[in-house]
Every structure is written in structure tokens, then in C-alpha cells.
Design a protein around this ligand. Structure first.
Ligand SMILES: Nc1ncnc2c1ncn2[C@@H]1O[C@H](COP(=O)(O)OP(=O)(O)OP(=O)(O)O)[C@@H](O)[C@H]1O
Length: 577
């Protein structure tokens, strides 16, 4: 077998580098069948290495146009390494081929095929009217401020076992959810409710926004669990198999998942496997945002399956942004791929500031970005002589100031990538605080530190951001929001920590900041998509700075991310059958 065997699928315009693991896998699997004909061998090896590339791009499978006219081509389908979707459950094989229709088929690794199959099968079971929870009658006559689509969402969720509520920022997803819970609670006061989101940060935000909305809506919190990560909900902490699964399902009447765009296939499949029939499920999210880092685009797929149309509603009107000005105009222009609207928002809006990187030296960029952290710097100055541990109010003030401004980059690498910006802002901060410079990626007072893994022992989730402060004795402590006590910096493994003045846009999903600076370095050109830009812009509540060459930004909005998956096909079949 040659080192790099590449076959083009209709979706792949470029022959991407293939990951080494998939080449080794192809060799190992085919090594077990030395009698395989050369052309079949080459075809199979090609699919395996292409699947490796596809998975790294976030696809769950390859989609192919069927070639009826070539009998040689079809021979690989009968090889022992390949199972058809019909038989894969009882006679599994490393590759699974699912015929979508007469014209096309999907080629998977067994694992991803099975995850999609399981998700589709569990969703169909939830929707089965014979076991679904009884419809609840709702009286919304007192809820005079509800918008029509919000009203429709409440009625759907009261009637159906599964509801998908999508909408951009500020369209009232949380507001609507609070009224759904209220309506369901009125019918069943003991309703057991679980709230979860894909990341710790998103769960924290869900909790703080929802507890407010629950109070306003008059929802009783007695049977409602604090929002948590889906990992924790499933009891995956530090274990390879979840505590809750099909034989021991989650003990709730209503399960609500927020920030659904971040759901990857593997996690969604485990989640649906752990949901008992008879439970109500509501998924909230913005279908236009970036998909999860790992393979799959579950929310976008659920949002697109025609058979699920009766179970979903897309909220439209944002209470936060006016559609025709500032961030709203910019976000809509990006989504609709309208250059005119984007350029208008960049040049005429007080909420949006555009800085052309073609005309700005990097030193000026760093200097200007540092200015954005002034409110944070001022709080750090005030805390300089404070005794530790800090009071709750001091910690609150620290994070309030830090969340005023964040830099978002497409990637870590590059002259203006997150890594370079973090180093520059870190140095500026240390100088301003009068500290001697820490050259290595070490701890210093004011360093915002993001965890890059879940730490179940310390109860810190991947994506949580703490701030390091140094006490009078020179010890470094890391404070996290909503935690009573700081953690000694020495307990946090350096390889699991990244400085977080600048985040990648992927890592910023599920968070919001008062002001955001989106910096698009030239080297990120390949990975810039409409969804990436939209996600960055909509992290801002009040203002956004766009740092980019104009051509790079406009090129990005025309590139739609398109993840290949067979989930829609599998769901459509399961629901139909
Ligand atoms: N029908 C309504 N009447 C009054 N206020 C509303 C209504 N709908 C939404 N709001 C208010 O608008 C603001 C934004 O709503 P909400 O937080 O529910 O949006 P969201 O879609 O959850 O946003 P995000 O995706 O950013 O979390 C909130 O202050 C909410 O109370």
C-alpha cells in the first residue's frame, strides 16, 4: 500500500493531509486479509484514510454518489471489513455503508455509525406516542408579553416529548424556557427537572440566567437541579462508561439542554441513550453557531430533518440587538452573506468598530488591545494589598471587570493568534503592575487561566477560567467565579492551563462579554467560515471591534461550514419506520 492513498469524495475539493493513525489503521486492518484483490485493497485503504481526514474536519462519515455502472467498484462492499447499515448491528464490521437513496450512500467507521444509529433510535423511541408523556394543557392568557413564536414554543413543549428551540442571542430562549417549566410545573408540581449544557462555562451561564428568569416567572426551584455539564449529568466524571445509560436511565421528568450547537455526536449519543422513554426533552441553541470541536453537528442536523419539523420552533426577534443596527446588523449580514450589510455595520455603527489590519502594525494592535483590559487592570490595582482569601464581593468585582472585554482569535498560532496576544497582554500587565517580567508561561498576578481539561477532583471543567493573584507571602492562588475558596496554583497542572486574555472563538462558545475584539490573523484564512465569524460577533453584548483585512473578512462570510453526517438520514428512517 502506498503511504498516502487519497480518493476524492464529491465534498472534498482539496486533498487534505491524512492523519497518520488512519494510515496505520488501514495497514493493520488490511493486513488481516492478504488475499484481498489489489483494486479492492486500494479502495478500502482509501476510504479508511479519507475517514481519518473527515473526522478531523468534524464529519462523521463520507458521503458518496453511487456508481451503478462500475461492477469492480462494488466489490469492496462485499469485503469482510464492510457491513451494510442493515446488518451492522448483528454483524458488525470496521466499516459500515449506509445506502441513503438510489443515488448516494454514507461510509462510516462502525463507532460513528453506531452513535448515529443509537441517537436516531432513542429519539424515535422518545417520540413514540404510546410511551410519550401526556400532553399538558397550558393557559397563557396572563403571559401578555410573549411573542407569537415564544407562545408557539411553549405550546409545543407542553404537547410533545421533544422540542427543539433555536434562535440567535437575545431571542428569548431562556425566557421561553422559564415559562415552559412553569406551565409543566403547574400540571405536575413534583416535576423533576435537570438542566445541562455541553461545557462548564455554558452550564454556569445557563444557571445564572435561568435562576433569574425562574424567579421572574414564579417557578418553584424545589425540584430543579442546578445546571451542570452533560458529562456530570451522565455521571461520566473520570469514568469511561457513564453512570446513567439505557438500563439505568436519568431519573428526571424534564431534561433541558442549553447551547445545543456544542453537542458533538459522541456526547449526544450517550445523552439520548440515558434518557428514559416518557421523559420530556428540550434542546435550546443557536443553529447558526459553530458546531462542536469533535465530530458531528447534532443541532444543525436536528434542525434540518424534515420529519422533526413539528417538534421545533425558531425564535426570530432579538430583544438584545436591533436587526438593523450595530451588532444585530453585522450578525445578520454575516449570516445572510451580504457584503453590503456587513460593510455598513462596520462603518456606520457606534456598536461596531472596524480596524483594518492592512494598515495597522502589530505593535499598535497589541497596544490597543491592552487598552481594552484597563477596567480589569484597575480592579487588580485595588486588590494589590488585599488580604487573602478575598471576600466574595472582591471576587465578584474581579470577574465582573475581567468579563468586560475579551479578545477572540480564530486560532492560537499566528503573529496575531491567541498565543501571541496572550503573551503581549501578559507582559503589558506585569509591567503596569510594576512586577518583574515572567518570561515563561508561568503564574503571575492577574493572569487569567483557562483549564483545558475536566478536573473531577477539583471540580473544574474544561473551559473554566480563573484568575491568579499572589498573596502577601508570595503564594499564588487561583480564584474561580462562584467558588468560595481559591485553589493553590501549584495544584493546577501547567500543561492543562492556558492564559485567557485572548481565547479561540471555539473556546468562547457559551460565553458572553460586554465588549469583544475579534482579531483575524492572515494565517487563519483556511479556517475562517461564516459560522466562526457569527459566533465571535455574537459573544458581544454591547460592542464589538473587528480587526481584520477587509478582503479576509468578506471572503470568510461566503464560506459556509458544511459538516457531513448521516444523522439526518438515520433519524428520517427511524421516525418513518
Ligand atoms: N416576550 C418577552 N417579554 C419581555 N422580555 C423578554 C421577552 N423575551 C425575552 N425577553 C427578555 O430579553 C432578554 C433576552 O432573552 P433571553 O435571555 O431569554 O434570550 P436567549 O435567547 O436565551 O439569549 P442567549 O442565547 O444569548 O442566552 C432577557 O432579558 C429576557 O428577559
Amino acid at each position: 500500500m502506498s503511504d498516502r492513498i487519497l480518493l476524492k469524495t464529491p465534498q472534498q475539493d482539496t486533498q487534505d493531509e491524512v492523519p497518520a493513525w488512519s494510515q496505520v489503521l488501514a495497514q493493520n486492518l488490511l493486513g488481516k486479509f492478504p488475499e484481498t484483490q489489489a483494486h479492492t485493497r486500494e479502495t478500502l485503504a482509501g476510504y479508511i484514510v479519507q475517514l481519518g481526514t473527515a473526522l478531523e474536519l468534524g464529519d462523521t462519515c463520507l458521503k458518496q454518489t453511487t456508481n451503478h455502472l462500475n461492477p469492480e467498484e462494488a466489490e469492496w462492499l462485499r469485503h469482510p471489513l464492510v457491513a451494510s447499515g442493515e446488518h451492522a448491528l448483528t454483524q458488525p464490521a470496521p466499516l459500515v455503508v449506509e445506502q441513503a437513496d438510489a443515488e448516494s450512500r454514507y461510509v462510516y467507521f462502525y463507532r460513528h455509525w453506531h452513535q448515529e444509529w443509537k441517537l436516531a433510535e432513542r429519539l424515535a423511541a422518545l417520540l413514540n406516542p404510546a410511551t410519550a408523556p401526556a400532553a399538558v394543557a397550558v393557559d397563557l392568557s396572563q403571559e401578555t408579553s410573549l411573542k407569537d413564536l415564544q407562545r408557539q414554543a411553549i405550546e409545543l413543549a407542553a404537547r410533545h416529548p421533544f422540542t427543539l428551540i433555536t434562535g440567535g442571542p437575545g431571542t428569548g430562549k431562556t425566557y421561553t424556557l422559564a415559562r415552559i417549566v412553569k406551565a409543566l410545573q403547574q400540571a405536575a408540581p413534583q416535576l423533576r427537572v435537570a438542566l445541562a449544557a455541553p461545557t462548564g462555562k455554558a452550564a454556569q451561564r445557563m444557571q445564572s440566567v435561568l435562576s433569574n428568569e425562574f424567579k421572574q416567572a414564579g417557578v418553584s426551584g424545589a425540584q430543579i437541579q442546578t445546571a451542570q455539564t452533560i458529562h456530570r449529568l451522565l455521571g461520566l466524571g473520570g469514568r469511561s462508561t457513564p453512570r446513567y445509560h439505557r438500563s439505568e436511565p436519568l431519573p428526571f421528568d424534564l431534561i433541558v439542554i442549553d447551547e445545543g450547537s456544542m453537542l458533538d455526536l459522541a456526547l449526544a449519543s450517550l445523552l439520548f441513550d440515558a434518557i428514559a422513554v416518557g421523559t420530556r426533552v428540550i434542546i435550546l441553541g443557536d443553529a447558526n453557531q459553530l458546531a462542536a470541536v469533535d465530530a458531528g453537528a447534532v443541532l444543525a442536523d436536528l434542525d434540518a430533518v424534515p420529519a422533526l419539523a413539528p417538534y421545533r420552533v425558531a425564535l426570530q426577534e432579538s430583544s438584545r440587538f436591533k436587526a438593523d443596527e450595530g451588532i444585530g446588523l453585522l450578525a445578520a449580514g454575516v449570516l445572510n452573506q451580504q457584503e453590503d450589510a456587513v460593510l455598513k455595520a462596520l462603518t456606520t455603527s457606534a456598536q461596531v468598530q472596524y480596524i483594518n489590519l492592512a494598515k495597522t502594525p502589530n505593535s499598535a494592535v497589541f497596544h490597543q488591545l491592552w487598552q481594552g483590559f484597563q477596567p480589569y487592570f484597575e480592579v487588580l490595582l485595588k486588590l494589590k494589598g488585599a488580604s487573602h482569601p478575598l471576600t466574595e464581593d472582591q471576587v465578584k468585582a474581579l470577574f465582573l471587570a475581567f468579563d468586560q472585554f475579551r479578545v477572540l482569535c480564530a486560532q492560537r498560532a499566528g503573529d496575531l493568534g491567541a498565543h501571541a496576544i496572550n503573551r503581549s497582554i501578559g507582559e503589558a500587565l506585569q509591567q503596569a503592575l510594576g512586577h518583574s517580567l515572567i518570561k515563561r508561561e508561568g503564574w503571575y498576578s492577574g493572569r487569567p487561566a483557562m483549564m483545558t481539561r475536566n478536573d473531577y477532583g477539583l471540580r473544574i471543567s474544561n473551559g473554566d477560567i480563573g484568575v491568579c493573584l499572589v498573596d502577601q507571602t508570595g503564594r499564588e492562588w487561583v480564584y474561580f467565579p462562584d467558588r468560595p475558596a481559591p485553589i493553590a496554583a501549584t495544584r493546577l497542572p501547567p500543561e492543562q492551563i492556558e492564559t485567557a486574555f485572548a481565547l479561540t472563538i471555539h473556546k468562547s462558545q457559551g460565553s458572553e462579554f460586554r465588549q469583544v475584539a475579534m482579531v483575524l490573523d492572515d494565517s487563519a484564512e483556511e479556517m475562517l467560515t461564516r459560522e466562526l465569524i457569527y459566533t465571535a460577533i455574537t459573544r458581544a453584548k454591547e460592542g464589538v471591534q473587528v480587526w481584520s483585512k477587509q478582503a479576509l473578512l468578506l471572503q470568510a462570510i461566503h464560506k459556509k461550514s458544511n459538516r457531513i453526517s448521516g444523522l439526518m438520514n438515520q433519524i428520517a428512517r427511524k421516525i418513518a419506520g
